[in-house]
Design a protein around this ligand. Structure first.
Ligand SMILES: [Zn+2]
Length: 260
């Protein structure tokens, strides 16, 4: 397998992966979505809530707050020494005590662990009017997307590496203009591929050229995109994905040995 970095910023990493199969790519996608653990608020105790939102709605919004995750210091409840009862190794307390008027933001949550705080501080939770109050204790735990998608640390998705063939095109400028990701360069006579890796296989150029441009995605080479929500870095997501797959393969081989 050959890997090349295409682009990297805070919100997205794109790499070209060559010499593999769609099944393998899909395994990585599913592992990131359902198996990688991340932290999120799971239960909320309300002491006071005189806001316009019901307790359940506010608890739901709190559950979706993206929390920076420390996978070294916390364990999933089922794997913790406390056997799910809840302790400092598997449960983190965050408190909120605010009074209106004003909008309450995620950054106002006070975490007992400075390493686990909201990633996007300006996530609005609720709007309070004069004299309205919210006081609550929230418990964040480490879990996986299999239990609830709020624990999923982001997306990993892929597409076949674009293969573009330009034939005798009659309207090169119109086609270049139409492409939503600026793959082509054109003058009045000629259409050339300028940035193949930007192609998202949308087929707009194929339709516009009535088949004079041919586009397909490779079945062995792929463009892989990692899009973290913020709990983990892209590097942690890839490391976690590989570890989780090794664990699953070991578990499978143990089961097969038992059959012999
Ligand atoms: Zn515990």
């Amino acid at each position: 397998m050959e890997i090349k970095l295409l682009s990297q910023d805070k919100t997205q990493v794109r790499v070209v992966v060559k010499g593999t199969t769609p099944a393998e790519m899909n395994t990585y996608r599913r592992t990131v979505l359902t198996t990688l653990p991340a932290m999120a608020i799971d239960t909320v105790e309300f002491v006071e809530n005189s806001s316009a939102l019901y307790d359940e709605m506010l608890a739901h919004r709190l559950g979706l707050v993206v929390l920076k995750t420390d996978t070294e210091s916390y364990f999933e409840k089922a794997k913790c020494k406390c056997k799910g009862a809840g302790c400092a190794r598997c449960t983190l307390e965050l408190t909120l005590e605010v009074e209106g008027p004003g909008i309450v933001y995620a950054e106002q949550l006070k975490s007992k662990d400075p390493a686990v705080i909201p990633v996007h501080g300006k996530t609005p939770l609720v709007k309070l009017l004069d004299n309205q109050k919210v006081k609550l204790i929230a418990h964040a735990i480490l879990s996986t997307g299999q239990e609830h998608i709020k624990f999923s640390p982001g997306l990993l998705y892929y597409q076949g590496y674009p293969q573009i063939k330009v034939g005798a095109v009659k309207n090169p400028e119109a086609i270049a203009e139409m492409c939503p990701t600026n793959v082509f360069e054109a003058d009045s006579k000629k259409l050339t591929v300028k940035n193949k890796e930007a192609c998202i296989l949308c087929m707009a150029c194929v339709d516009a050229s009535k088949g004079d441009v041919e586009v397909s995605g490779s079945a062995t080479d792929f463009i892989l995109t990692i899009e973290p929500w913020g709990q983990l870095t892209p590097g942690q997501m890839v490391d976690g994905c590989v570890d989780a797959l090794h664990e699953q393969i070991d578990a499978l081989s143990e089961e097969i040995k038992k059959l012999k």
